[in-house]
Design a protein around this ligand. Sequence first.
Ligand SMILES: [Zn+2]
Length: 258
Amino acid sequence: MTDTDKVLKCQFLVSIQSVTRTTGGTVGTSLPRFWNCANVVPTAEEALVPQAIGALPAAFLSTLQNASLYIFADVAGYNNYFSATGTPFALPPGLLGSTPNSFLDIAAIFETTGSGVNYLPYLRGNMMHEIAHRLDLDTISAGLPSSAPAFINAANATQSAMTGTWPAPASPSCQQVFGATSPLCNPVPVISPWNQYSNVFIAGQDRNKELFADAFQNCSNQELQSVSKNNALQSIYKKDLWTYMNTSFWPGGCPRQE
Ligand SMILES: [Zn+2]
């Protein structure tokens, strides 16, 4: 399939959804292919996404040079597009992004989940999370970075720090991890902050892969819609992930702000 085919598929797909639009396109000559399958003329929020991608270190862009990165209006758009191109992938509703483990060298984000929450200001943060998964999968010289001993050590240390000596006493508290006004702490859950984070943000996915993507997104300085998750990622309890990123995967790119 050529790039032109992809553009036409996107246009066709969007016309099915009764909206005028879309275009794909290559951003520069050394960036990953970036496809806007949501709007012909990118919205202000959409236009910021390729800028953020282009600002990543050249080594990451090189790793992603054969990848294609997509914005879709929603999961249904993704499913329509990729089912039309014959892939077996069909995603459930409610997702903000997806990066398949195999078969396709892609990452995709979605503008809405249908929940009524406005995710548009956070497209860059969501894209950085998915790009991290793509980098994890495409950095193949020495296995998955998220499976490397140094990263697993950092993930273990993070889990331990967020569990503390809970429940007697709870250390750290839910509010210390997620913020004083976090809805995740009202009422205070009868589980440790780590278990709360795991339940809400990892949600049955692979711990190491998700923490890797979370740590990369945090390093990118592109935030998420969830203030609770932003707070947790920027808290002292995630310091081992910061340190891993800043010394190993994104050298010098992830200094802790304390
Ligand atoms: Zn993820």
